[in-house]
Design a protein around this ligand. Structure first.
Ligand code: 6PG
Length: 244
């Protein structure tokens, strides 16, 4: 796995601000180049700061929402109103606060049969991207090295044909829908956000340890183009700078 670019910042809020800035820049470049911007959102809690910043001036007004299409990296198989829903988190912290046309928010239907929903989403992605991929993919990382809903040892790790599959979260048995590594790797830019001391050992293993994607699926994320890890000092195993 070639070394990705690694950015280490003081705290989760600063990580969020850096991610928002990267997205603003990518959006403006994409719209100039292709007339639209395609962004895959991450689930979990880490992206919350970035989404809040993206939904607040000035960043909100620097993103060309009318030209932006939003997709999801994964979803829990629950209704969109469920507290577990990644869509609900993104809608509450971002999508409901910005002028993105509703038809440009491509939600994974967590309320439907997982296989049917994954198939429908994959067909939509093929319509949207053909054999290509999105401009930007946002990802988080679990303490076990999973990303999206690509979990250690999962059959989803072996998927090479489909862009989106149904899967199961091992410990809870929760049904999930997830984009697959081959599709995620088609992105022009992948941003992995990692914060918190609890992830420090795993992050070091992922970036500096042996390459073992079955055990640490985030190591499958190896796009042909740009890969940036944006971390805080806690996740990087460093001490925060003492304030002046
Ligand atoms: C999900 C996410 C998942 C997440 C990691 C990190 O649906 O939970 O897609 O891959 O990014 O589990 O989660 P936190 O950001 O909550 O630590």
């Amino acid at each position: 796995m070639p070394q990705p670019k690694i950015v280490v910042l003081n705290d989760p809020a600063t990580v969020g601000a850096e991610v928002a800035n990267l997205i603003v820049e990518a959006c403006q470049q994409a719209v100039m180049a292709s007339g639209r911007f395609t962004l895959v959102l991450a689930g979990g809690s880490t992206p919350f700061y970035a989404y809040e910043i993206m939904s607040t001036p000035p960043d909100r007004d620097r993103i060309l929402w009318e030209k932006t299409h939003v997709f999801f990296g994964d979803e829990r198989c629950v209704p969109p109103s469920d507290e577990e829903s990644n869509y609900k988190m993104a809608d509450g912290s971002l999508l409901s606060k910005v002028p993105i046309p509703p038809g440009q928010v491509h939600r994974m239907k967590g309320e439907d049969d997982p296989d049917a929903a994954a198939k429908e989403y994959g067909q939509m992605l093929k319509q949207q991207f053909g054999e290509g991929g999105p401009d930007v993919v946002l990802l988080g990382m679990g303490e076990d090295g999973h990303t999206a809903s690509l979990f250690p040892g999962s059959p989803a790790l072996d998927e090479t044909e489909h862009r989106c599959v149904a899967t199961v979260k091992p410990d809870s048995g929760q049904n999930r829908i997830t984009l697959t590594a081959p599709f995620l790797n088609k992105a022009r830019l992948v941003i992995v956000m990692v914060t918190g001391e609890a992830k420090a050992k795993r992050l070091a293993d992922v970036l500096e340890g042996e390459t073992d994607p079955k055990r640490q699926p985030i190591q499958m994320i190896d796009p042909e183009s740009d890969l940036i890890y944006v971390c805080d000092v806690a996740a990087a195993g460093m001490d925060a700078e003492e304030p002046e």
